[in-house]
Design a protein around this ligand. Structure first.
Ligand code: DAH
Length: 330
């Protein structure tokens, strides 16, 4: 019996060493450790052993059982480690990494401010919730002016005697810039503006403008037009053109509408972009800048108009629905 136990140990270990895959390992387990296996059968014969040797042989059998179980577990680990290697099918197409992109308006804003930055215009900022002083009064829009009508503004109620509203134009930031810095100054400010318009393909109650302001000694309309032409060439290309049409704004005198000729679907076309003019002396006086010494020009352009014409977007609402299928195109 001792010899048989020894024999079983040797054959079991040799057979296990020859196992190379998990099916073989399972067959080995059934043959040696299974409930009808060879270890069980030899253990069943313990009753044939003379009484005085039973404890000793029983001990040997238990030790063999523990040894074979230990070797089985080690073999499992060994096979698993080997099979985790080449499971990757290198001929399969890779998983596409989807990276985010900037919103087309954000990109347009960044590009435009970058161009003006290179032209010497520093970027400034201002709040979207404004008071009447910055949105109207300082911009030479007196009380009772139709631009202040409740139906054309998002008023937000009064707080400590000051009426607040969502700004309707980025021109508010002209006033803030002049309050914060003494001339000469040359700034641009981009931001959201709000108007109670009914939404359709060309109207939205929120949109973006870029405002430009330059205050210096002896500025004229020539400086204004030069700046706009420089911008148009840098942003839209060498064949872009700038046209001004006489107009009226309370905060500029003289005032003009600005059109730029740009590529719209491969064709050069005039596109209305906003307003401009020479800063009205009353505006300079409102922020304690002497209009006898200083002069200025200003302009305000619609960002959505630029982006929509440039990229052939025909409905402004698409810009704010955030449908990834639309946004991914740009
Ligand atoms: N704030 C005007 C608007 O929203 C646009 C504008 C016109 C801005 C003339 C200017 C300007 O700076 O000089 O309609």
């Amino acid at each position: 019996m001792d010899a048989e136990i020894h024999e079983l140990e040797l054959t079991a270990k040799a057979a296990l060493a020859a196992v190379t895959e998990s099916d073989g390992l399972e067959r080995w387990r059934t043959e040696y450790l299974g409930s009808n296996g060879r270890l069980k059968s030899i253990m069943g014969r313990l009753k044939e052993v003379p009484k005085d040797r039973k404890p000793e042989v029983g001990k040997t059998l238990n030790a063999l059982k523990a040894a074979l179980e230990g070797e089985f577990e080690a073999a499992q680990v060994r096979l698993r480690a080997r099979s985790s290697g080449p499971l990757v099918d290198v001929t399969e197409p890779g998983i596409e990494l989807s990276t985010g992109t900037r919103h087309i308006l954000t990109r347009t804003i960044d590009e435009i401010t970058d161009v003006f930055g290179r032209m010497g215009f520093a970027s400034v900022d201002g709040p979207e919730v404004e008071d009447e002083w910055h949105n109207f009064t300082a911009l030479n829009i007196p009380e009772g002016h139709p631009a202040r009508d409740a139906s054309d503004n998002f008023y937000m109620g009064e707080h400590t005697g000051i009426k607040r509203l969502l700004r309707t134009q980025t021109s508010t930031m002209q006033i803030r810039a002049m309050e914060a810095q003494r001339p000469p100054l040359k700034v641009v400010a981009v931001g959201r503006v709000y108007r109670p318009d009914t939404h359709d393909a060309t109207h939205f109650s929120m949109f973006h403008q870029i405002e430009g302001l330059c205050i210096d000694r002896g500025l004229s309309m020539v400086d204004l037009k030069t700046a706009l032409i420089q911008f148009a060439h840098a942003y839209f290309g060498a064949d872009a053109e700038v046209r001004m049409r006489p107009s009226f704004f309370p905060f500029t005198e003289p005032s003009a509408e600005v059109d730029m000729k740009m590529h719209v679907k491969e064709q050069l076309q005039w596109v209305e972009l906003g307003g401009c003019g020479m800063v009205d002396p009353a505006v300079l006086a409102a922020v304690n800048i002497d209009p006898e010494e200083w002069s200025g020009y200003a302009f305000g352009l619609g960002i959505e108009r630029i982006a929509m014409r440039r990229y052939g977007i025909t409905d402004i609402r698409l810009l704010f629905e955030n449908d990834a299928r639309f946004l991914r195109q740009f």
